[in-house]
Design a protein around this ligand. Structure first.
Ligand SMILES: NC(=O)C1=CN([C@@H]2O[C@H](COP(=O)(O)OP(=O)(O)OC[C@H]3O[C@@H](n4cnc5c(N)ncnc54)[C@H](OP(=O)(O)O)[C@@H]3O)[C@@H](O)[C@H]2O)[C@@H](O)CC1
Ligand SMILES: Nc1ncnc2c1ncn2[C@@H]1O[C@H](COP(=O)(O)OP(=O)(O)O)[C@@H](O)[C@H]1O
Ligand SMILES: [K+]
Length: 500
């Protein structure tokens, strides 16, 4: 699914009006009806509801929503925040329509006009939408602050008032902190950026049949992975396949005290369809791998506690493997750095690079040029900062991410909620699965195993990253449903991986 910018959202609106064709007012009615259908599913008709409307089309939506909820007998109070002398045409029209069924529309010009908000009430925030052009101030700011202070449940229409759709807010901007955002058709970039979490809440999309052709051809670097899109990426198994069909992966993982990382990556690799797997670990990990992952072959490094030269010590010859994954639990010993230096030039196919392998790269940036093209790098934000430099806000981070992927012709999975997958052409796919239960040691190692398995099976790097990250998050969601997010472990995630 595409994520469009604010100008494109406006043009999409106009394109729908022109090509469907539909009157602007009727499109607003459709959007408002979609919101109301969602609202009715979530809050009973006894819910005391206060709707705060601005003077643009977001406010117009709010007025239409008020009328539609009143028609369904919700106890609704309407407040118009009068911050300017002019209203939009569709606001005015909906204002007239609302006045036909109620005289009771209140106006907020000064702080003293603000109502008291209680915990058993729901506030609908329709003050400002995608037309935000400057930080909220004056009475708009006071209203937002009052809503944020209140114990009421808050639902924003389209986007929280005060939050920009696709550009950074300043630290002192005043923005609604909703429990839910109910938006139209496509996600907004602001929804998938971690720092905006409290200004978005849970977000929901309402299909209002905006012009499909416009969406199909609109250029954008940003995508949001939908379940059907992920499923389409999945390779079906040939009935006459054999284990050779699905590649032979080599995992270089573990060090003394961190052999568990190698176990997790190995297990998830096997659970993700690899044909054959060899795990190369320091000597201290040999019997652990043999005993705990019997499906894998194991090679012992020449060193007792850390990974060293692979070929020098009779270890693996990476060229003979379909894919190499390196990083989980390896540490940053000088011998391991030497191994990485020797290894990179010998690998010609895309590999997976994670954890301390990334940290070693960031401390030895001359190695960046040795990373095989189309490799998948899986940093969490701290590792990504080490690979690049600190950023001021999520938008700057996104620029750094796209630049890094393009410059080094690699796929970068920046992990977190809505992991962002940047491609060598500069596109970014935001993941839609996963939950805070995944914020626990070892889930990143699991992801490395998953991605290594997909590359070994011949998936293209971008497809492997999009599908693997999606399936990893989905496994986390399945486990969170079963046992709650707090008690889940990385091993649970491996068990819940499903490829269908
Ligand atoms: N696209 C879709 O899919 C559909 C969209 N729809 C709805 O339309 C909404 C967008 O409407 P919109 O363009 O009228 O913008 P909105 O935010 O209501 O107000 C802009 C006004 O506020 C002003 N203003 C700006 N910042 C301000 C500030 N800080 N403090 C005070 N004022 C400020 C701004 O002033 P200006 O910048 O012009 O000076 C302008 O006058 C969208 O969010 C959705 O709800 C649906 O109805 C149909 C389908
Ligand atoms: N709040 C969250 N929502 C969704 N996914 C998350 C969240 N927190 C962590 N994750 C996922 O969990 C994994 C954590 O990886 P990482 O930080 O490398 O952990 P570790 O190093 O312990 O293995 C990543 O795939 C990340 O996207
Ligand atoms: K809003």
């Amino acid at each position: 699914m595409k994520i469009l910018n604010v100008d494109q959202i406006r043009a999409l609106d106009e394109s729908t009006i022109k090509h469907e064709p539909i009157a602007p007012l009727n499109l607003m009615e459709r959007a408002s009806m979609g919101f109301v259908n969602w609202f009715v599913d979530h809050f009973p008709a006894t819910t005391s509801t206060k709707i705060f409307c601005g003077l643009g089309n977001n406010g117009g939506d709010g007025l239409a929503i008020a009328r539609l909820l009143m028609e369904r007998d919700y106890p609704v109070e309407v407040y118009v925040v009068r911050y300017a002398p002019r209203e939009s045409d569709d606001f005015m029209h909906n204002h007239r329509r609302l006045k036909l069924i109620t005289e009771d529309v209140k106006y907020i010009e000064y702080s003293r006009d603000l109502p008291t908000l209680r915990h058993n009430e729901v506030v609908i925030d329709a003050i400002l939408g995608s037309g935000l052009s400057r930080p909220a101030d004056g009475i708009v700011k006071a209203t937002i602050e009052a809503i944020n202070r209140a114990p009421a449940t808050v639902v924003s229409v389209d986007i929280a008032s005060g939050l920009y759709v696709d550009q950074p807010n300043q630290a002192n901007d005043v923005i609604i902190e909703p429990d839910h955002t109910v938006s139209f058709q496509l996600p907004k970039l602001a929804f998938v950026l971690p720092k905006n979490g409290k200004y978005v809440g849970k977000w929901h999309l309402i299909d209002i049949q905006l012009h499909k052709r416009y969406i199909d051809i609109a250029p954008t670097p940003y995508y949001y992975t939908q379940p059907n899109e992920a499923r389409l990426l999945l390779h079906q198994r040939d009935r006459y396949s054999n284990k050779g069909t699905f590649g032979h992966a080599l995992l270089l993982a573990g060090s003394f005290g961190k052999i568990g990382a190698a176990v997790l990556a190995a297990r998830s690799c096997l659970r993700s369809g690899v044909g054959l797997l060899t795990v190369h670990v320091p000597q201290c990990g040999y019997s652990i791998i043999q005993a705990s992952v019997p499906e894998a072959m194991c090679e012992s490094d020449g060193h007792q506690t850390v990974l060293t030269g692979t070929s020098r010590v009779g270890g693996p010859q990476p060229v003979t493997y379909t894919t190499v994954g390196i990083g989980p639990g390896i540490g940053k010993a000088p011998e391991t750095l030497a191994m990485l230096r020797d290894l990179l030039p010998t690998i010609t196919r895309p590999m997976v690079i994670d954890a301390d392998a990334l940290n070693l790269l960031s401390e030895n940036r001359e190695l960046y040029s040795q990373i095989p093209q189309n490799s998948i790098l899986t940093p969490h934000p701290k590792e990504f900062e080490r690979l690049t430099k600190p950023w001021q806000n999520d938008y700057e981070k996104l620029d750094l991410l796209r630049d890094f992927a393009k410059t080094h012709r690699v796929v970068v999975v920046l992990k977190g909620a809505h992991s962002a997958i940047a491609t060598p052409t500069g596109d970014v796919h935001f993941n839609s699965t996963g939950n805070p239960g995944l914020s626990t040691g070892g889930t990143g190692d699991v992801l490395t195993g998953v991605l290594t398995a997909l590359l070994a099976q011949g998936y293209d790097s971008v497809e492997a990253a999009v599908l693997g990250v999606y399936a990893h998050g989905l496994a986390g969601d399945v486990i969170a449903d079963q046992r709650g997010p707090i008690g889940m472990t990385a091993s649970d995630v491996i068990d819940a991986l499903r490829w269908e």
